[in-house]
Design a protein around this ligand. Structure first.
Ligand code: FMN
Length: 180
């Protein structure tokens, strides 16, 4: 089983700790690839629609590799702090470049024989749950484009005042444990 973690924080703090708790809950023989997206070189989508005809992107950068990794993964984990009501820009740039995956499934209508599983891991500095709802809109659409069925959303609010609570770390661990 291949797990691809797309990690979107420029810091190794709250979101990282929560993601680590999830990874530690995975079965020992699981192949986990952790992608530190702030370290990647990914250009912005230019909306040229090349991918509508060719089903691939003409831009040559780290995204070529990421698109292959997404297609090969059994489980995709999208992990991000809330930045201005959505995922960080590192992840948003990556998500926008997933248009070839969207086209494959929703324009060419290529059906996935096996559905991937999707997990979301979010942290927010404030207490407002609507931040997570807002993240979910982008993240669910991303999972759909990857051919992944969303299994669980693990999140922690109010990190700026309280940090991560033990319960949410335990929840992340148990969520990974529940994967068959
Ligand atoms: C640029 C920026 C924008 C942020 N925007 C929000 C926001 O819209 N809503 C919120 O609740 N917290 C916001 N925060 C707080 C972070 O979501 C919070 O501190 C998060 O847990 C940081 O995760 P990290 O420790 O993994 O970097 C923002 C933080 C930064 C740096």
């Amino acid at each position: 089983m291949k797990v691809l973690v797309l990690f979107g924080s420029p810091r190794k703090k709250h979101t990282y700790e929560l993601t680590k708790a999830f990874i530690e809950g995975l079965e020992k023989d699981t192949e986990v690839e952790f992608i530190d997206t702030p370290k990647l070189n990914i250009s912005h989508c230019m909306g040229c629609n090349y991918c509508l005809k060719e089903m691939k992107c003409f831009i040559k950068d780290d995204m070529e590799d990421i698109l292959n990794k997404i297609e090969e993964a059994d489980i995709i984990v999208l992990s991000s702090p809330v930045y201005f009501g959505t995922v960080t820009s590192y992840l948003k740039v990556l998500i926008d470049r997933c248009q070839p995956l969207y086209n494959k499934r929703f324009v060419l209508k290529v059906e996935d024989k096996v559905k991937k599983k999707g997990f979301l891991i979010f942290t927010a500095g404030g207490k407002n749950k609507r931040m997570i709802d807002s993240m979910n809109l982008v993240a669910k659409f991303f999972m759909l484009s990857c051919g992944a069925e969303l299994v669980d959303t693990i999140y922690c609010l109010n990190t700026d005042d309280n940090g991560l609570d033990k319960e949410v770390l335990q929840r992340a661990h148990m969520s990974a444990k529940s994967i068959l």
